[in-house]
Design a protein around this ligand. Structure first.
Ligand code: HEM
Length: 272
């Protein structure tokens, strides 16, 4: 510790701490005390989104190369990060409606709705609504990332392709579908997933992987629910800063699911 660190790698230099802590700039003037928390929490979310995207990309690569242990490991990490993302909303809920009203007008028209990393995450995993693209006309880099994601198979498409390559009867029209659009529920896919659940001793690894996938999907739905409750608690039925109907719009997203057959098959598990 006493060593001369002048030209050496230090904690601050490695992590760019000075740059990092200079990135919080309030819009309110004079700065409202609570705007700092609002900025930091969103920045922390974006950092975790970056890490989640890093992991989802590795899940896709591992699926393509049949490395299922790696897939499970990465999904496990994402699931743990999601638990942090969910818990973090507790901190933001210390921001009362009155405090938020003290600086909210300065944020317009910015909104979490425009988070390109969140949208990219949805696109990469499989919820693909092209309608969102138009919100990135101002940011060509983000627009391109989103378009590139639509031009490649989603995580779920890759998973189904993996199953098909490994002897499961996934219909040809599912494997060869136009993956730039939203995935649609398929009865034959449900039957394949059901067959894995019903032979869980023989297919133990795949069974475990399916359980990781559904936990991942459920966690995002739980986050959506916590987010909308927090929104209702903080701004009631006010319109969003991004211009949507606010809580009403957010409620319409609650049932979005990456892996519909994983949910659907459960009604039949154990009936034969
Ligand atoms: C007081 C805190 C918050 C309020 C009142 C709030 C409010 C809203 C509202 C009203 C929307 C709908 C779009 C609009 O018209 O603006 C929205 C969307 C969104 N917010 Fe928040 N938000 C808050 C915190 C956060 C945080 C911390 C995140 C973390 C990144 C976040 C991420 C998102 C995302 C990703 C969407 C888009 C959801 C979708 O389209 O499915 N929000 N938010």
């Amino acid at each position: 510790v006493e060593e001369n660190l002048k030209n050496k790698l230090t904690y601050d230099r490695y992590l760019k701490v000075n740059e990092l802590i200079s990135l919080q700039k309030e819009e309110s003037n004079p700065p409202h005390h609570d705007e700092m928390l609002f900025i930091i929490i969103h920045q922390v979310y974006e950092l975790w989104f970056k890490q989640i995207l890093h992991e989802t990309n590795s899940v896709i690569k591992s699926l393509q190369s049949d490395q299922i242990f790696k897939v499970i490991k990465a999904l496990d990490r994402i699931i743990k990060i999601q638990a942090v993302l969910l818990k973090q909303l507790d901190v933001l809920e210390t921001l009362s409606p009155v405090e938020f009203a003290g600086f909210r007008d300065h944020l317009r028209p910015a909104s979490g709705f425009q988070s390109h990393q969140f949208r990219l995450f949805e696109y990469i995993c499989g919820t693909r609504d092209k309608m969102y693209l138009k919100f990135y006309d101002h940011d060509q880099k983000a627009h391109k990332k989103l378009q590139d994601a639509l031009a490649t198979k989603s995580l779920y498409d890759e998973f189904l392709t993996y199953l098909s390559r490994n002897g499961f009867q996934i219909p040809k029209e599912v494997i060869e579908r136009d993956h730039s659009i939203n995935y649609e529920y398929n009865e034959d896919v449900k039957n394949v997933i059901l067959s894995i659940y019903n032979s869980h001793e023989k297919e133990a690894t795949l069974y475990y992987l399916l359980e990781k996938l559904i936990e991942f999907d459920e966690n995002l739905q739980l986050w959506r629910y916590r987010h909308v409750k927090m929104v209702e608690r903080t701004i009631g039925k006010k319109m969003g800063t991004g211009g949507s109907e606010g809580a009403q719009y957010l409620r319409s997203t609650l049932n979005k699911s990456f892996f519909p057959e994983l949910w659907e098959c459960r009604t039949e598990i154990g009936t034969y």
